[in-house]
Write a protein that binds this ligand. Structure first.
Ligand SMILES: [Zn+2]
Length: 62
């Protein structure tokens, strides 16, 4: 069973590469590696390290 959370993700831009810090294990991963866009325009974050799953992501994109 995967964990679910509605934590707010921290997105950083390092060397022009947006990265996300996992709120569970605090490890950093490239945005493109951990975010999945759904057909209904929701975005899901899944951490490859601790398998944390976050739905209902609030992003700064308009
Ligand atoms: Zn994690």
């Amino acid at each position: 069973m995967k964990k679910a959370s509605e934590s707010i993700l921290i997105v950083e831009v390092i060397n022009m590469m947006p990265t996300v810090i996992c709120p569970e294990c605090s490890r950093e991963e490239k945005l493109e590696n951990v975010l999945t866009a759904q057909s209904n325009q929701n975005v899901i974050f899944q951490c490859p390290h601790c398998q944390l799953l976050v739905r209902n992501i609030k992003t700064s994109k308009g």
